[in-house]
Design a protein around this ligand. Structure first.
Ligand code: XMP
Length: 326
């Protein structure tokens, strides 16, 4: 009888057996998998767990707070926050090429995580303790995809910035290895995690960094964050979160077009809405969102977000388009 309650109890039991009284660390990305994996480990071994959240400044509006405040309130985890917004911005300065951006973000993420890790290891050492385990939110589909056996750190490194390279210093704890995404969400709800985290749409590891076509700057992130928040709020208000797999909102930072607002000419940037329906992100179709909803999002974005004077809809399926623009 495979119920969510059983999964939680069984995993908690297993985690306790594996970890004993050692200490363990876990990286939180803001996504569902790491949040649920960490919450299970917290349930099992409490304060032996320290979570690390590297805030790269490329998350959407409110997401860092959801981890730092709401997730901590719901789970009681020890959280180590590394505020690295400046670091990522300087590493990304002058870079427009998408693959280059991914590489830089991935590299800086690993460095920042390792620095946090060293600080936590030092702190444990001072207390006469050792960090022996690293939690990862590996799901069953990841295990199958990589053909990995027990204990394999199967991280699609280029495809998941939350993932870390196999670190031989630590033994892995992977409490979600037998689960599919919907089961992970059910477990998260059972553990009382915030719905904004548990129900979150897929979001790329490099975050908003690959939703700004052009160089990533603080001002551009600010613009995109506002536009994205409006798109998400209106999609949710229309009750369409479950119809839409994900809706990237993209800033064409290197494009400008002429507009008119009030009595003045504007020369601003376009925002692209990219709502798609999909089963697994391998293929996708553009979502036929109601015109009224599109009109509302467009009006709000052009009225409320300075620097944006045009909103366009992406009506390309995948293939030939990818879901993300970069
Ligand atoms: P594409 O754009 O390739 O995206 O159609 C397919 C799915 O993968 C996500 N995606 C990424 N996820 N790191 C990630 O963790 C990445 O670099 C990355 N690029 C795309 C995308 O959001 C979609 O769900």
């Amino acid at each position: 009888n495979w119920t969510t309650g059983n999964i939680v109890e069984e995993q908690v039991e297993r985690i306790r057996e594996q970890i004993g009284d050692a200490r363990v660390i876990c990286g939180l990305s803001g996504g569902v998998d790491s949040a649920v994996a960490a919450a299970l480990v917290q349930r099992a071994v409490g304060d032996q767990l320290t979570c690390v959240f590297v805030d790269h400044g490329l998350l959407r509006e409110g997401e860092a707070e959801q981890v730092e405040r709401d997730y901590v309130a719901a789970t009681g985890v020890n959280l180590y926050v590394a505020n690295e917004q400046e670091r990522f911005l300087s590493a990304l300065a002058g870079v427009s090429d998408p693959e280059q951006k991914r590489k830089i973000i991935g590299r800086e993420f690993i460095r920042a995580f390792e620095e946090a890790e060293r600080a936590i290891i030092a702190e444990a050492k001072a207390a006469g303790e050792q960090i022996k385990f690293l939690v990862q939110g590996t799901l069953y589909p990841d295990v199958v995809e990589s053909g990995g056996g027990e204990g394999t750190a199967n991280i699609k490194s280029h495809h998941n910035v939350g993932g870390l390279p196999e670190d031989l210093r630590f033994e892995l704890v992977e409490p979600l290895r037998a689960l599919f995404k919907d089961e992970v969400r059910a477990v998260g709800r059972q553990l009382g995690l915030p719905e904004v985290i548990v129900g979150r749409q897929p979001f790329p590891g490099p975050g908003l960094g690959i939703r700004i076509v052009g160089e990533v700057t603080a001002e551009r992130l600010e613009i995109l964050r506002k536009a994205d928040a409006i798109g998400r709020a209106e999609l949710t208000a229309a009750g369409l979160d479950n119809e839409v797999w994900q809706m990237p909102v993209v800033l064409l930072a290197d494009v400008r077009s002429v507009g008119v607002q009030g009595d003045g000419r504007t020369y601003g940037h376009p925002i692209v809405l990219r709502p798609v329906s999909s089963e697994d992100a391998m293929t996708a179709d553009w979502s036929r969102l109601p015109y009224e909803l599109l009109a509302k999002i467009s009006n709000r974005i052009t009225n409320e977000v300075d620097g944006v004077n045009r909103v366009v809809l992406d009506v390309t399926s995948k293939p030939p388009g990818t879901i993300e623009w970069e």
